[in-house]
Design a protein around this ligand. Structure first.
Ligand SMILES: [Zn+2]
Ligand SMILES: [Zn+2]
Length: 827
């Protein structure tokens, strides 16, 4: 019996050796195909648990597999290090955000190393360092020069808990993405990035991304929300102003029975002048009742409320008087802030009309149906159909009518066919401290002045008062007070910092050229490595980081800083969640399994094997005590099977098939090659279902354990022992290298080529042919897998067991299913 496997000592030793040898350091190499595999850069929150480890283990298994398959692999890691938690730690515990962040980075970096991950640490970045955020500022200025960064006053999302504004993408169902507080609306002057300019390209680019999960592409399509429709205006009865609306269903325009306005709509003040003082006061009271309500409350939680203003619009085609309402569900900053109400053909309008006893007028009937235009209406009919009650447009299909009515509006000069997007410009100002200062100065004489490149970086001052109230930088005169770069007069710095999603929109390029002091990256470096071949990270970023990065990358393309692919991430993989004994892992449940603890108790190899083994990596998996114990036992079985034969394993060439004399030996070598084939296929197909590869390794080790006890000297046994580290290396890198070195190799197993699966080893020696007579099984015959049809019939006819069924009978028909079955029909 071999000595027990001392994983603690051995794992530690190999990690040190890999670092020393620079095993993961990547350099451009014209001889080999490049492969850029990237996990989303983590926020340094403090401590990693096995749930985080799942993501990094998938990435590392891919990186190690691809290296062994001959690719020049780039696998970097860094830190998304700005953001609110550091500031909150400062408020709660009095630790400086920088100190809190850097100590967390140190700890998490140690833990990632502990996991045996093969990152090229020479490329490590932290977005909170001046060396990095200097280029944020530089990029901001380039966006500014091209009119893609601009400041304007607008109603914005305000998180009262975090005391800062949020981008639309950071409002999930009306709540703050970080703290889930319902978001409020405030009018503030803020910096925006003109992502809407790229809406069509962001949409079109999705079509090429067939290596992305379909669901994520759909989410981005929906978020961009391109809709073809018509924009046109209603005149107000008694006033010169007009009310603009956008609709995708202009074919239903004759069914308009009211207009719904946001109470904040600018035209409301004009309307108040047209109506009675009582009506005007009621409108004010209605607006006031909604002032503090969040978008979530208004559009989802609250009942649809409305108030008739007392004023009327005039229908642009029929001339009918249309009552104007203010409602809670129309928001001023979406679309035009006004919506035409068509109760017969829209569910929300139908409910609203029922509640407020507004007319419901059918103007579309199902095409080819027999529905009378004046039949009672029990629910909204929202499909396309044929127009009725629509003047000159009666009898047209919805599609025809949409074109014809838009053309009519254009003819009359009150509207046209147009395209609308749901996507809004990206709000990037934050009223917080721990972020990149926006490089703009305000001068009384010159206005908004960009900071010259030579003055970058604008350093984040270490001494800002962080209290959680108001912008810390705004209250620091030593930061705010400056001179105008243009005229030299006293001026004020912008006190807002950037959304941290700015940094993470381009970090994958900084890894390529992390020491560059003249540019964020060189075109040469980008050409050598981009785009990212495989990106791995959570699906929660579907419309945040993954949309912003695509926008930036298209901008970089336009600037000529990158070339080739117009998309930064060729393939995207969302890892599944990891539960802990059936429950979500959380501190409050006390079921968090730490990396340090697992590394110490079970070993890192066992942990990595477990994380990859339980389910396909995109599925939810469950960390269980039995599960991890099973993998610990597996590692020990590998050790007991291979280590005692270490001295002899190398005598058998692992690149040539051994001579097998018994079925057991053939089965063992076949098991080795089934595992080898699985490793290659799961990697190159980009499916990454390494759970099946590890299941194959289980079978290999089972067969090997038996072989070692019955035939330790056989070439097949020694061959399998020799092969095991090559197969295990991507998943259990430590024990793989330990065995490999005990076989006498100087060089790491991770620098070896993967074991190529060989058909000769995979081919079955024989197959079983089922022989039927009149559909009944009468014999099973062993034969070669390559058997031909005529050989199969000859073999079957010669089979002694069939004499009794065939002799003296006439064979009417015979069938052959290749490799499986022969059937004789006899009479
Ligand atoms: Zn919040
Ligand atoms: Zn000036």
């Amino acid at each position: 019996m071999a000595a027990a496997y001392d994983f603690q000592d051995i794992e530690q030793r190999w990690r040190e050796r890999w670092e020393r040898d620079g095993l993961a350091v990547a350099r451009p190499d014209a001889q080999r195909k490049k492969y850029y595999v990237l996990e989303m850069l983590p926020y340094p929150s403090g401590d990693l648990h096995v749930g985080h480890a799942k993501n990094y283990t998938i990435g590392d298994a891919i990186a190690r597999s691809m290296r062994m398959l001959g690719y020049n692999v780039l696998h970097p890691m860094g830190w998304d290090a700005f953001g609110l938690p550091a500031e909150n730690a400062a408020i709660q515990r009095g630790i400086a955000p920088a100190e809190w962040t850097h100590s967390n980075i140190a700890n998490m970096q140690r833990q990632l190393r502990l996991m045996g991950t093969s990152y090229d640490w020479s490329r490590e970045i932290a977005t909170c360092t001046p060396e990095y955020y200097r280029w944020n500022q530089w990029l901001f200025l380039r966006l500014y020069e091209r009119g893609l960064a601009y400041k304007r006053e607008a109603p914005v999302n305000w998180c009262p808990k975090d005391a800062t504004v949020l981008a639309n993408e950071q409002v999930i169902d009306g709540r703050c993405w970080r703290c889930e507080t319902p978001v409020q609306r405030r009018n503030l002057s803020q910096w925006f990035l003109r992502i809407t300019e790229y809406a069509d390209r962001l949409l079109d680019g999705l079509d090429e991304l067939d290596g992305w999960p379909e669901r994520t592409r759909t989410m981005q399509r929906n978020w961009i929300g391109k809709s073809e429709g018509a924009q046109f205006s209603f005149a107000i009865d008694g006033a010169a102003e007009r009310i603009e609306v956008f609709t995708t269903r202009v074919d239903t325009v004759y069914g308009v029975t009211y207009l719904a306005l946001a109470p904040e709509h600018p035209v409301v003040s004009c309307i108040k002048g047209l109506v009675s003082p009582e009506n005007a006061r009621a409108i004010d009271a209605f607006a006031e009742s909604l002032r503090s309500k969040s978008e979530l409350e208004r559009t989802s939680l609250m009942e649809k409320q409305g108030l008739f203003t007392g004023a009327y619009a005039l229908h642009p085609l029929s001339g009918a008087r249309v009552p104007i309402w203010v409602t809670n569900y129309v928001l001023a900053e979406y679309g035009t802030g006004a919506v035409m109400g068509v109760p017969a053909h829209d569910e929300r309008d139908f409910d609203f009309a029922r509640k407020h006893e507004l007319p419901i007028v059918r103007v579309i009937v199902p095409t080819g149906g027999s529905l009378a235009a004046d039949a009672p209406i029990a629910e909204a009919f929202v499909e396309d159909g044929t127009l009725v009650g629509s003047g000159a447009f009666d009898g047209m299909s919805s599609a025809e009518a949409r074109r014809a009515i838009a053309a009519e509006f254009q003819h009359r000069g009150i509207g046209n066919a147009t395209t609308n997007y749901r996507l809004r410009d990206w709000l990037v100002s934050r009223q917080r401290y721990w972020g990149t200062p926006i490089p703009i100065v305000y001068c009384n004489a010159c206005g908004e002045v960009p900071v010259p490149d030579e003055e970058l970086p604008i350093l984040l001052p270490p001494d800002a008062p962080i209290t959680g109230e108001g912008s810390p930088l705004a209250r620091l005169p030593s930061f705010i007070e400056t001179r105008c770069p243009k005229c030299g007069a006293p001026a004020r710095r912008e006190s807002d910092t950037m959304d941290t999603f700015f940094e993470s929109s381009w970090y994958y390029l900084r890894y390529l050229d992390p020491q560059n002091e003249d540019a964020p990256w060189s075109r040469e470096a980008a050409d050598a490595w981009m785009n990212v071949d495989q990106y791995i990270g959570g699906s929660e970023h579907a419309v945040l980081h993954l949309l912003y990065s695509r926008f930036f990358y298209k901008f970089f393309h336009d600037c000529g800083w990158v070339s080739g692919h117009a998309e930064p991430f060729a393939r995207l993989f969302h890892q599944g969640m990891l539960l802990s004994n059936g429950e979500k892992m959380s501190k409050s449940r006390g079921n968090v399994v730490g990396i340090d603890e697992t590394a110490k108790t079970n070993g890192v190899d066992a942990m990595r094997l477990f994380l990859l083994y339980v389910t396909p990596p995109e599925d939810t998996s469950d960390w269980t005590d039995e599960g991890i114990s099973g993998r610990v036992r597996f590692v020990n079985r590998v050790w007991r099977a291979c280590e005692p034969l270490a001295a002899r394993a190398r005598s058998v060439d692992v690149r040539a098939l051994p001579l097998c004399t018994t079925p057991e030996e053939k089965a063992l070598v076949r098991a080795v090659h089934l595992a080898a084939r699985s490793l290659v296929e799961e990697t190159l197909s980009r499916r990454f279902h390494y759970n099946t590869t590890i299941a194959r390794l289980d079978e290999t080790i089972n067969a090997l354990t038996t072989a070692v006890s019955v035939a330790p000297d056989s070439p097949a046994t020694l061959y399998a022992v020799h092969a095991v580290p090559l197969l295990l290396a991507p998943f259990a890198p430590h024990i793989a290298d330990e065995l490999w070195s005990r076989y006498g190799y100087e060089r790491s197993v991770h620098l070896e080529a993967a074991l190529a699966p060989q058909e000769a080893a995979l081919a079955l020696d024989e197959i079983t042919l089922v022989v039927q007579v009149n559909g009944k099984v009468r014999a099973r015959i062993a034969c070669a897998p390559s058997i031909s049809e005529s050989e199969a019939f000859a073999l079957a006819v010669a089979e002694p067991a069939l004499r009794v069924y065939l002799d003296g009978k006439e064979v009417r028909k015979r069938f052959y299913v290749p490799g499986k079955l022969v059937n004789f029909v006899v009479v």
